[in-house]
Design a protein around this ligand. Structure first.
Ligand SMILES: NC(=O)c1ccc[n+]([C@@H]2O[C@H](COP(=O)([O-])OP(=O)(O)OC[C@H]3O[C@@H](n4cnc5c(N)ncnc54)[C@H](OP(=O)(O)O)[C@@H]3O)[C@@H](O)[C@H]2O)c1
Length: 299
């Protein structure tokens, strides 16, 4: 990697929290360069233009990368593009932020899992070899919905989803089980899987994957976090369906949703495989910890 550039790939960065994170990373210091991931090059270029309008000095520090995290071919082509852009550098990336996500609405569980859980795994598998093996960082943008999902699970499911020894094979088997349950219109609560919320389940699985990945790659720093309750295209319909003003519901701005990711990318860290609240403090995986509450110390 170039000594003066910290290149960071952020997926789903054409709007919402991903776009705000791009700006926050660029504003943090002169070192970071952003590979602004977007499944639509047009929307990616529009986001780049918005960021450059905010700060013309950022023009040389943002490149748009086409990447649809739900698609194997798109992800592998994106990794080849990055390798070709920085040919001659074995490890051109400092950081990877798996931000792209969907699903508080009515999408089917399979679609939600494909973007929110398989998506980050696909991207990690394709890009991990391009990350700086000495100081590379990965941030999986998860959600408090994941921890609340685990809180409503049976003890056995909770143990699996929070185990330091959890494997991708176990996570995948659990996803298959949940999909079969959904297809059979089965009862998630009696299967120990809470209310069966596809979104919460996808983020609980993402948190478990973060543990497994960090264990496999002790040389990298790999963590997950929630951005908080943020007003974006993802959450606005939730307020609208209740006839409420997003701010009155407690939603914050996308800029306020970048704190934890920024800390996990560029701050001083002492752990890997952990989950952080929106206040950038370590939080438990099996219950909600509100911003400002004492940090979780581990068990
Ligand atoms: N907002 C909140 O309160 C909140 C809370 C907890 C966690 N989160 C998490 O934060 C992350 C960002 O969400 P947001 O609130 O900023 O939502 P958003 O405004 O809807 O942005 C989502 C981003 O993900 C992209 N995306 C969706 N599917 C994709 C795919 N298959 N491949 C590549 N990109 C894809 C979208 O691209 P298009 O424009 O092409 O659709 C968009 O850029 C998500 O992981 C979400 O689960 C958000």
């Amino acid at each position: 990697m170039s000594a003066t550039q910290k290149r960071i790939l952020i997926t789903g960065a054409n709007k919402g929290i991903g776009c705000a994170t791009s700006g926050a990373v660029l504003a943090a210091s002169d070192e970071p360069h952003v590979l602004l991931g977007s499944r639509s090059l047009e929307r990616g270029e529009a986001a780049r233009a918005e960021l450059v309008a905010q700060n013309p000095g950022w023009a040389s520090r943002i490149r748009v990368l086409g990447i649809d995290v739900s698609d194997d071919l798109s992800v592998s082509e994106a990794a080849q593009t990055v390798a070709a852009w920085f040919e001659g550098e074995a490890h051109p990336l400092f950081g990877l932020v798996n931000n792209a996500g969907i699903g508080l609405g009515s999408a089917e569980m399979q679609t939600v899992l494909n973007v929110n859980t398989h998506g980050p795994r696909r991207v990690c598998e394709a890009f991990i070899g391009l990350l700086d093996p000495g100081q590379g960082r990965i941030v999986n943008v998860s959600s408090a919905s994941g921890t609340m999902f685990v809180a409503a699970c049976s003890e056995e499911r909770q143990r699996m989803l929070t185990s330091p020894d959890v494997t991708w094979q176990q996570i995948e088997a659990l996803m298959h089980e949940a999909l079969a349950l959904e297809a059979a219109r089965g009862d998630f609560a009696s299967a120990g899987l809470g209310d069966g919320s596809a979104y919460g389940f996808s983020k609980a699985c993402l948190n478990a994957y973060t543990i497994a990945l960090a264990r496999q790659h002790p040389n990298l720093t790999i963590n997950a976090c929630t951005p908080g309750f943020i007003e974006t295209d993802l959450t606005r319909p939730f307020a609208e369906s209740r006839g409420m003003d997003p701010k009155a519901m407690g939603m914050k701005s996308p800029e306020e949703g970048t704190k934890a990711t920024l800390h996990l990318l560029l701050g001083e860290l002492s752990g890997s495989g952990w989950y952080f609240g929106s206040d950038a403090q370590r939080s438990p995986l099996d219950r909600y910890r509100a911003p400002g509450d004492p940090p979780y110390q581990g068990e």
